[in-house]
Design a protein around this ligand. Structure first.
Ligand code: 0WD
Length: 258
């Protein structure tokens, strides 16, 4: 049975009720996990209020600001986890960012600044969070991240985010290899396109979704709940033999040649 009771889970990347992380948080909660939630702080605190209201039905034990570009915020987040729980079982990394100007048109026009920013936030942050989580996952654990097919094959307009996802997927393998000794499993879910705040920045996202609906074996794209269910499975003991994998939750789109 899928049972996450007794498990403490830290979920990053909830921006609103369309976020994939929101789908994941709900499914982890339903399976019995105790949640900690981080949000991206902004100057006016608008984001904080919105995310706090959204997640309150899930009764998170921790609600913390964590911009992954800020080492102090990362340290404070994991310090709070250590004080509250003394351990961590599950870490959900569900965040990415690239400037809108980098997500359409010619890839060769990617700016140095845009490249560095996309890879720092979307790729390096997984390693940085895993580094902070490792000492707390002293009873083993599960780390999940979110990726997309555009990290393996060329998808128009995905551009620098494709490079970021390729790096992210390789980071999953290096982390899985290192952390396996400590019984920490590290996996990625490669989701089909879903309308969210982040995906709306990618040029032609609606055409991408339409194409998947026409082409994928299931003739539709996926929902946040379907991704959340897979995340709950991967975080549970049912997946105890699975690590270093990229698991597709994309209605089968990735198998198609044409
Ligand atoms: O079609 C899609 N939506 C897919 C998304 C298909 C396959 C994969 N993914 C991935 C994304 O690349 C990302 O890694 O799933 C992950 C979650 O994305 P999402 O749920 O589609 O997007 P969204 O609801 O916007 O959540 C991403 C959040 C940010 O939202 P905004 O839109 O404000 O950038 O990532 C967070 C923020 O909450 N975020 C950060 N968190 C901490 N520190 C930072 C940061 N520096 N930057 C962004």
């Amino acid at each position: 049975m899928l049972d996450l009771s007794q498990k403490k889970a830290l979920v990053t990347g909830i921006a609103n009720n369309r976020s994939i992380a929101w789908g994941i948080a709900q499914q982890l909660h339903q399976a019995g996990a105790e949640l900690g939630v981080t949000y991206l702080p902004d100057e006016r605190g608008k984001f904080e209020k919105k995310v706090r209201e959204l997640v309150s039905p899930l009764n998170p034990s921790l609600f913390l600001p964590c911009n992954v570009q800020d080492d102090t915020q990362i340290e404070e987040t994991f310090q709070a986890v250590a004080e509250k729980w003394g351990k961590l079982d599950i870490l959900v990394h569900s965040l990415a960012f690239a400037g809108k100007e980098e997500l359409s048109g010619d890839f060769s026009k990617t700016s140095r600044e845009g490249f560095n920013q996309a890879l720092e936030i979307s790729t390096y942050s997984l390693t940085r969070l895993a580094q902070a989580a490792k000492p707390l996952m002293n009873e083993g654990g599960s780390i999940i991240t979110m990726t997309y097919l555009g990290g393996e094959r060329v998808v128009p307009n995905y551009n620098v985010m494709g490079v970021a996802k390729a790096g992210l997927e390789m980071s999953v393998r290096y982390l899985a290899s290192e952390l396996g000794e400590q019984n920490i499993r590290v996996n990625a879910i490669s989701a089909g396109p879903i309308r969210t705040l982040a995906s709306s920045a990618v040029g032609g996202i609606l055409d991408m979704i339409r194409h998947v609906e026409e082409t994928a074996p299931l003739k539709r794209t996926v929902t946040q709940t379907e991704v959340g269910n897979t995340a709950a499975f991967l975080c549970s003991d049912l997946a105890s033999g699975i690590t270093g994998q990229i698991l597709y939750v994309d209605s089968g789109y990735n198998i198609m040649g044409m």
